[in-house]
Design a protein around this ligand. Sequence first.
Ligand SMILES: [Ca+2]
Ligand SMILES: [Ca+2]
Ligand SMILES: [Ca+2]
Ligand SMILES: [Ca+2]
Ligand SMILES: [Zn+2]
Length: 595
Amino acid sequence: MKSKIVFLLTLTILAGTFLLPSRGGQPEVRLPLSFDHYYTYDMLNEALKKLAKAFPKLTNLETIGKSDEGREIMCLTLNNPATGPETEKPAVYVDGNIHGNEIQAGEVCLYLLDHLLHNYGSNPEITEVVDRNCFYVIPCVNPDGRYHFLADGNTSSSNRSLRIPKDDDNDGLVDEDFPDDLDSDGNICQMRRKNPFGRFKTDPEDPRLMIPVKPGEKGEWETLGQEGIDNDQDGMVNEDTEGYLDGNRNWSYDWQPEYAQSGAGDYPFEGVGLKAIASFIRSKPNICIGWTFHNNGGMYLRGPSSKAQREYPQSDIAVYDHLGQNAERITPGYRYMISWKDLYPTHGDSMEWLVMLNGVYGFVGELFQTETETFQTRKEEQKKKGLPEEEEDGMARFMSQDNSQARQRLLFNDHLVQGELYKPWKPFKHPLYGDIEIGGWVKMSSRLPAPFMLKDLVHRNASVVIFSAKNTPRVRMEIFEKKRIGNDLFRLRIRLANDHAVPSMSQTARQSKLYPEDMLTVSGTGIKVTAAGQLLNSDTDQVRYKEYRPEIQFLAVPGFGKIEYQFLVSGNGPVQIDYTSRHAGKISKKINLTD
Ligand SMILES: [Ca+2]
Ligand SMILES: [Ca+2]
Ligand SMILES: [Ca+2]
Ligand SMILES: [Ca+2]
Ligand SMILES: [Zn+2]
């Protein structure tokens, strides 16, 4: 329920708004996809359909569920059946836009698919990555969010929630007082009013900005928050907007109730779309790497998501470090970090659910760095900070909260995007506040790159995903010894080697016994495995024998490493050796003991 705006809004015709695909002429969705604009929810689905239609052999497009408002959640599976069924290949799961306003995450997913599909067969590395892996890509986890973010007036940070109505102010009404786009320009900007007792004055360096007054100094401006009126006339403005249920606090691992984790929802998987996605993921046991894309800040985050969980096992950290440090190289400026420690703790997020309940190596990609919006030479930048020219000062830059960054961004707005990111202050007659001004950053600013920077962002982050896909387990089996050691007794030594970073099973999954380990079996009608176990040292013949059913060995193949097994086999005839793994596929070999 949402009450109507109680007075008429003046419609204003907009000048150029190249940031929004829905205004000033919507670009047509054509293949190969272009990334000089953003995709509405409908355009995004159209793009997926066009990709699936153009590459029917490699793709399978499914609606895997519906959102709370009934919009389709689409997943495109990329798999080459000619090189094997999807579940027998390591899979990379990629999603984005769980937060409604974080739309470029969807473009990263689209670009990844478009790039892999259009270069398959011509680029040998991409061809190998596609032939060897399976990809599950859900560009928009929160379709209601994406739809409303682009269709309605918003700030760059509003409309993150799932569309499950909640009464934020306990007045018996739900979602009854959104901010209002008073000047009908598609944005929720800021309101301010002339007031000598206000706490702000005009910034002398850029009159579009305000700075706080010093103690005792006369004020000039009073800030009145986001554009809006008191829709339900309860004396508060904009106090109960959509939701709030944060899609990334509503997953079932380490879920905590609302009073401990804001945005948690009433129970895990209250969001029907999230539940559908979780069921989909559970039906794909081959997923070994997961990427969930958000904005912003320029980070590649790994878990743990909270301190209480304690650090991941050392061998898993080695895998994260390899992928994370190379991701930092692929996207200079982004930092590889541990989410609870280096950012903030969360409970019930999707990445940790992937890691702790599904044995996936999971990352969050926080796209875009606002501080890249500058209009200064490197010399000028260093001089302003009082630093020698050569010295790097990444942290100071990241933490900068004063107006210096805002001034830079305004100059960027003026000279790089010709005024598209910022609305100059304009007078407005407010029903409650009287003569006010409305102005400030538009919704397509601050967390989203300007379209001319979008291509760079999506390509680099798709390359980060591709790098991880190049590192999914590639296990090879070698029977490196077959020796008669008795009259009717043979010794087989088998090596399983993995030349990629990701093991066939995460240590987290093994420790928690999330699912059965990989199996290595030796069988045959004329033979019997009398003893077998892991070969710890082939020089000293040290073997850790398994007491019962030695013909089946349970194991995991490490990343950048090998594991060896010894089987003592009696009898004669053909011997079948099978390796099966959820993440590393299947390998079968046949030998004859007496050949
Ligand atoms: Ca309410
Ligand atoms: Ca609400
Ligand atoms: Ca109100
Ligand atoms: Ca209210
Ligand atoms: Zn987010």
